[in-house]
Design a protein around this ligand. Structure first.
Ligand code: PLP
Length: 425
């Protein structure tokens, strides 16, 4: 018999995590679109917060679906329909596991983050918000987490209350706490700001809301490509994200919601698949999750999102995050040294998103000149006009980095910005 400490040691050795290195060259091979030239210059894709590129494995899965399985789901008894249903529902299971939801019925396929928010507003909001009620959102929301709530407020005579932020782009949590009163009925905030890059302390934001008995929706559109999301650890009531921001297809996304809440919510859309039984007098709605999935869904998109989760599962998100944080630091240092350049959004906790303005130069001109060098960034208000108003600017230029970006691409960006300055001043 081996001594106890010998067993312990050998077990420890087996269980110790092996250090993981991140091979960005290898990762880039997974994304064929990156390997192209724009006007003879290598494409430098830094518009990942708008949409991310797709790995070959996701494209293959979608092609395979159309080539070998295409059929309508749920209603068919034939071979293809069963295959398509299996693939689509397997994707739901993969998403459930990936975000650690307790039940597969808590995963509702939607078109994307925007539709996820609208579903919650239309179904939960219409049912629970009354005249005089208050909904808390933050000063750094994307329009898709402002306008749907505003429409509801107009309809019901309710009011939006806004968590303010400081000049670094960090939410003022003491002010947030002060917003709660007996009229508060909902909190809806983003996990990561698309315009500033700020990573919000959503776990704390949720805890504070729950302390007041108020449910919380987290807009995870910009968080999901950068970090592992655990909805049970966060204890959020709703979490929404888009497939296309996390290396998956466009036109498909996820609304996670606690089963107990979904059960009490009326359907969002009416139509096929969301029913059990229809007469002209009354309709019996289907069980979860189908109750919220009316009509033929984006089947290929769902299958593609499943393949995206497979792709993500073979990565270590903490290692990916380390690489992105290195890029963020490297780019922040380099951009800060450019005279006349001001970074908008300097929170301590940031995802790899850098918004900036150049003195005397319109962001659109920055984008256009960089495009001549094959560099893709985004310019404008980033669907976050209140953020622009808060910082007193009409627009920013935004470079956003994903796991496949490199320091050489940051160098190209910096060189390009110097060229912009040279051309325009
Ligand atoms: C923070 C945030 N929320 C919501 C959205 C809307 O996402 P979609 O257009 O995929 O619905 C975006 C898109 O940029 C975003 O960045």
């Amino acid at each position: 018999m081996r001594p106890a400490n010998d067993i312990l040691t050998s077990e420890l050795v087996v269980e110790l995590p092996r250090p993981k290195t991140f091979d960005v060259r290898k990762i880039r091979k997974d994304f064929p679109i990156l390997n192209q030239k724009v006007d003879g210059k290598p494409l430098v894709y830094l518009d990942n917060a708008a949409t991310s590129q797709k790995p070959q494995a996701v494209l293959d899965a979608m092609m395979r679906y159309y080539l070998e399985e295409n059929s309508n789901i749920h209603r068919g008894v034939h071979y293809l329909s069963e295959k398509a249903t299996q693939s689509y529902e397997a994707a739901r299971d993969k998403i459930q596991k990936y975000i650690n939801a307790a039940h597969r019925q808590e995963i509702i396929f939607v078109r994307g983050t925007t539709e996820g928010v609208n579903l919650v507003v239309s179904s939960y909001g219409r049912n629970n918000i009354k005249q005089g009620d208050e909904i808390i959102i933050s000063a750094m929301e994307h329009h898709s987490n402002i306008v749907p709530w505003q429409i509801l407020c107009e309809e019901k005579g309710a009011k939006l209350r806004i968590i303010p932020m400081d000049d670094a782009g960090e939410l003022l949590l003491e002010e947030y706490e002060k917003l709660f009163n007996s009229r508060t009925k909902f909190v809806s905030v983003n996990h990561v700001s698309n315009a500033l890059g700020t990573i919000n302390p959503v776990k704390l934001i949720i805890q504070i809301a729950h302390h007041h008995g108020i449910p919380v929706l987290i807009d995870g559109a910009q968080a999901i490509p950068h970090m592992r999301i655990d909805v049970r650890d966060l204890d959020c009531d709703f979490y929404v994200f888009s497939g296309h921001k996390v290396f998956g297809p466009t036109g498909v996304g996820v609304l996670y919601a606690k089963k107990s809440l979904l059960e009490g919510m009326p359907p969002y859309h009416g139509g096929g698949d969301m029913i059990k039984y229809v007469t002209f007098e009354k309709t019996i709605y289907n069980d979860l999750p189908n109750k919220f999935e009316a009509g033929t869904p984006n089947i290929a998109g769902g299958v593609g999102l499943g393949a995206t989760i497979d792709y993500l599962n073979q990565l270590d998100m903490s290692v990916v995050n380390g690489h992105e944080q290195e890029l963020l630091e490297y780019a922040t240092d380099a951009l800060t040294s450019i005279k006349g350049l001001r970074i908008i959004g300097t929170a301590k906790e940031k995802a790899s998103v850098i918004s900036f303005v150049l003195e005397g130069i319109h962001p659109h001109d920055i984008g256009t000149i960089l495009d001549d060098d094959g560099i893709a960034i985004r310019t404008g208000h980033h669907c976050a006009q209140p953020v622009m108003q808060r910082f007193g600017i009409p627009a920013t230029a935004r470079a956003s980095f994903a796991l496949y970006n490199t320091k050489e691409e940051v160098d190209a960006l910096v060189k390009g910005i110097y060229r912009v300055i040279e051309v325009l001043t």
